[in-house]
Design a protein around this ligand. Structure first.
Ligand code: CDP
Ligand code: CDP
Length: 216
């Protein structure tokens, strides 16, 4: 048995999973793990080694250190692409499973990623699937990366981001090993029309109802 509830937050790229998961964890006093960071760090190490991220990267996953997750250069689109390539390798995923499960063992946790509610914690207490249209997500990522909406090249850069998010979502949903998909018992939150505060309010309501129902 675990020392607290596990809340799974899954969904496509730049939907707002991390923003929500971090704030949920704060509100519920639970530890938070951004599991995408694990795959980004492995992708970064493969790139640093001069390796094509599609070639075997298991050794990087098995030797991952806490300091590898603190590097400032993990949030770039290039690293995201590399992350998606290493994440398609079953050996890489297998090397990271225990780290994720152990993280929640003592106190429970909020984790965000692609396969938390389907593969890592199929028995999670609450499963949320956060989504938005590709154009909304591309704009969110553009602004998050410091883009200026009024810059002359903004439309082109947003369109390029949308294309790369789409390609990554297709790869993540289409791979054989732990693909991104909506768990049968997940609550889907469609966020095109919702600010981050409204998403948090909705998620907290779902989580509190679910957790109250479980303890009855
Ligand atoms: O973790 P994920 O890639 O799903 O997304 P994120 O990094 O949490 O969020 C992407 C950006 O969207 C951040 O700059 C958020 O402030 C913004 N955002 C959001 O998270 N939720 C909304 N409902 C609206 C915007
Ligand atoms: O922030 P964003 O949603 O763009 O990406 P991320 O959550 O940091 O994940 C980067 C990549 O890691 C994804 O495109 C997936 O290929 C992979 N990933 C995964 O396979 N499983 C997870 N639980 C989390 C991330």
């Amino acid at each position: 048995t675990r020392g607290g509830p596990v809340i799974a937050v899954d969904g496509p790229a730049a939907a707002g999973k991390g923003t929500l998961a971090r704030r949920l964890a704060e509100a519920l006093h639970l530890p938070y793990l951004d599991t995408g960071l694990l795959y980004r760090a492995v992708g970064r190490l493969a790139l640093d080694a001069g390796q094509d991220p599609a070639s075997p990267a298991q050794e990087f996953a098995s030797r991952l250190l806490p300091t590898d997750l603190e590097r400032p250069d993990l949030r770039t689109p290039v690293v995201a692409q590399a992350a998606s390539k290493v994440a398609a390798q079953p050996e890489v995923r297998a090397a990271l499973v225990e780290t994720q499960r152990r993280f929640a063992q003592e106190k429970g946790a909020v984790l965000d990623g692609r396969d938390i509610g389907t593969a890592i914690f199929p028995d999670a207490d609450v499963k949320l699937f956060i989504t938005a249209s590709p154009s909304t997500r591309a704009l969110r990522r553009f602004l998050q990366l410091g883009g200026d909406r009024n810059a002359p090249d903004a439309p082109t850069r947003i369109a390029e981001l949308e294309e790369s998010l789409r390609a990554r979502d297709d790869a993540d949903a289409g791979r054989a090993s732990a693909p991104m998909l909506v768990a049968d018992d997940a609550y889907v939150i469609e966020t095109d029309e919702l600010e981050a505060d409204a998403v948090l309010a909705k998620a907290l309501q779902i989580v509190r109802e679910r957790l109250a129902g479980i303890s009855e």
